[in-house]
Design a binder for this molecule. Structure first.
Ligand SMILES: NC(=O)c1ccc[n+]([C@@H]2O[C@H](COP(=O)([O-])OP(=O)(O)OC[C@H]3O[C@@H](n4cnc5c(N)ncnc54)[C@H](OP(=O)(O)O)[C@@H]3O)[C@@H](O)[C@H]2O)c1
Length: 374
């Protein structure tokens, strides 16, 4: 290892944060690289200091003032694991503005404010890394930006929200209603008390915006990414998976198909990007059809390489911490931001519609019309 230690502040000690802190305390070798600077944990910001200390975080590291911790001279790198829009956004731009590198898993802030944050990072020579924002611990973003950096991407498709995938597969297997499946998922800790962000497709739309930034070089506006399915009568359906009925799932199974919430972005005519997060029918035997429960899968089509896929756990504290540690190691090695050597991205409010699917549609009993994706 080389150079003086880089001093790391972790903001938030919840499901993911506590696993990152545990790695620093219990397996520091996981943070060590052969050719990078050492990494040292110097502070942890939480809302309830006493509770965090009782949970085993050394008291001398704790503060309830994240903005102060970020501004402190003794902080070189900020790991943001608080979630939510504010104060996360303000704190992240302050860190980058001060030239401090940032690791964040916050897909909401990245999708909504990515263009401004990227600009701040580039202007101040700071690194911004966010591998955990898509696919949890499964590496997707760095491989896209680095491994496929010389390819021309034409299509991204993914099951990027484990909660909705669990609900859809549970409903299909048991033939039960959405409300029953949701109750079971909540009991098992796989759905939030307020599941709206997952089931209405917001979470998947944020992830798609981040994928599209790396794949297509634009920061799309997440509010312009359609999240409502179509109906055979031409009316829009409900958002996300809310219109998928057990009867629809049974009809799909009968036809050799499975319904999945697919986040997709594609290069279409005129160099525009089509994007949507809507339920779609996929062949039951396809890789997407076989992706069940909380699993995530992202497929990209690119030239000259062809189709490449990434699959793994999309959530969970321990698995997601692996992406955070990977980003920290990359910063220690001075490896740059998640967008690596890609050109600066522009913000774009333009989202094109998809052409009609080659394989047609499944018109389901509820009146929903699902595009069939091959
Ligand atoms: N969980 C996953 O599997 C997963 C996977 C990928 C990405 N992510 C992303 O990772 C981030 C963290 O998720 P998480 O599941 O770890 O959330 P979480 O369990 O709710 O943890 C967030 C922590 O941040 C603390 N916090 C919130 N606002 C704060 C503030 N203003 N000052 C100090 N502390 C504050 C919370 O304290 P209180 O408990 O007092 O509110 C909580 O301990 C989110 O952006 C999420 O989208 C999570």
């Amino acid at each position: 290892m080389s150079g003086p230690p880089l001093r790391v502040a972790v903001l938030g000690a919840g499901v993911v944060g506590r696993e990152v802190i545990r790695a620093f305390l219990e397996r520091p070798e996981a943070l060590r690289t052969a050719d990078g600077a050492p990494l040292e944990l110097v502070g942890v910001a939480v809302r309830d200091v006493q509770q965090a200390a009782e949970g085993g975080i050394p008291a001398h590291l704790l503060t309830d003032a994240p903005a102060h911790l970020v501004a402190a001279q003794a902080t070189d790198i900020v790991v943001e694991l608080m979630g939510g829009e504010e104060p996360a956004r303000t704190i992240l731009s302050a860190a980058l503005g001060a030239g401090k590198s940032v690791v964040s898993a916050n897909k909401l802030v990245l999708a909504r404010h990515g263009a401004a944050l990227e600009d701040a990072a580039r202007r101040n020579g700071a690194f911004l890394r966010f591998e955990a924002a898509v696919g949890g611990g499964t590496p997707v973003l760095s491989p896209l930006a680095e491994g496929l950096g010389s390819d021309r991407l034409t299509r991204i498709r993914g099951i990027v929200n484990g909660t909705t995938n669990l609900l859809l597969t549970d409903m299909a297997e048991r033939g039960t209603a959405y409300t029953d499946a949701l109750r079971r998922a909540k009991r098992a800790g796989y759905a939030e008390a307020d599941p709206a962000s997952d089931v209405e497709g917001h979470d998947a739309a944020y992830k798609l915006v981040i994928l599209a930034r790396l794949g297509f070089g634009v920061w799309l506006d997440p509010d312009r990414v359609p999240r409502t399915g179509a109906r055979a009568d031409g009316e829009p359906g409900p958002a996300g998976i809310l219109g998928v009925s057990p009867e629809d799932l049974a009809a799909a199974t009968e036809a050799g198909l499975a319904i999945r919430l697919i986040a997709r972005a594609e290069l279409v005519r005129g160099g525009r990007i089509a994007a949507a997060v809507v339920p779609a029918a996929v062949p039951s035997g396809s890789a997407f059809g076989r992706t069940v429960g909380v699993g995530n899968r992202v497929e990209v089509e690119a030239a000259p390489i062809g189709r490449v896929a990434f699959e793994g756990p999309g959530a969970g504290g321990a698995s997601t911490s692996s992406a955070i540690l990977a980003d920290l190691r990359a910063i220690a090695r001075h490896a740059g931001s998640t967008w690596a050597g890609l050109a600066p991205a522009r913000a774009s409010a333009d989202v094109a519609a998809f052409p009609a699917p080659r394989a047609g549609h499944l018109d389901a009993p509820s009146g929903a019309r699902y595009p069939i994706l091959d």
